[in-house]
Design a protein around this ligand. Sequence first.
Ligand code: ATP
Length: 307
Amino acid sequence: MSVTVRVPAKVNVQLGVGGLRADGFHDLANVFFAVALGDEVTATAGTGVTLTCSGPDAAVVPLDDSNLAARAARLLATHHGIADPGVHLHIAKAIPVAGGMAGGSADGAAALVACDALWGLDTPLDTLLELAAELGSDVPFALLGGVALGRGRGEILEALPVGGTFHWVFAVADGGLSTPAVFRECDRLRDEAGTGSSDTDVTTPDADPALLAALADGDVVALAEALANDLQPAALSLRPALADTLRAGTEAGALGALVSGSGPTCAFLAKDADAAAAVAAALRASGTCRAAHATYGPVPGASVLGS
Ligand code: ATP
């Protein structure tokens, strides 16, 4: 018997980053948006917790116990008092690795749902969300999907109303960016600019009312204007070539462009599906990215496909 779970990647349509807290984290105002570009995780009965991975980035996905899918399977087993869990997890990976789209977190959420179904546990969603938050700040959103406002480190979620489907293009860069390195660069740039980087220097971020209204109204022009990512200057500082990618997509007709999360994937908002296909084609032809994918959202969180 096996269970396959499909799980979305995310783009942050707003990523407001507060100052560095004493505990090393930053307060975030994080509007997560789930897109149809996603991974599939298949859980099959096995011995111990074993992993395989396929897809263009498979070679750089860790297959040891550091993989978030393996950690999720073990965490769920421990929660239910299963001393010796048996599962093989196969990750069919489409989400770029270390791309700022929360691919590892997505696989963690998918493994929770897949193992829960495989082992017949029927864990309540609230409990799955708590386990997800233990795994990482972005994991609860991958369970929930849709569009949500994340506060704290991003793990306290409030589902947001959305008035329609939006069309996106994602330009995948060669190589990833380390999320902690991008946050450190954000702090460094703030210190360099003289504004300071601690939580006493930087105003605690909040969701932008214009962005929330654009989402609720399904207004793509207003959403494109409101897109905002406080990590973008840091990602561009570490990877200046991303400016060429952002320019190429904008020149091809994207209504809005931003770095996705900590990057280096760049996200483009298009008027409709045809415009998204045209932007993706132009980005591929521009030579400023490794691949470009047209997709849409919002879509649901980790969901069982078949068993
Ligand atoms: P985020 O947007 O949440 O900051 P990201 O999309 O930039 O994350 P991930 O793809 O989640 O980055 O990968 C970050 C690192 O996590 C990888 O370099 C890898 O070492 C590790 N990792 C652990 N589990 C996985 C997984 N299932 N898939 C990909 N990377 C994983």
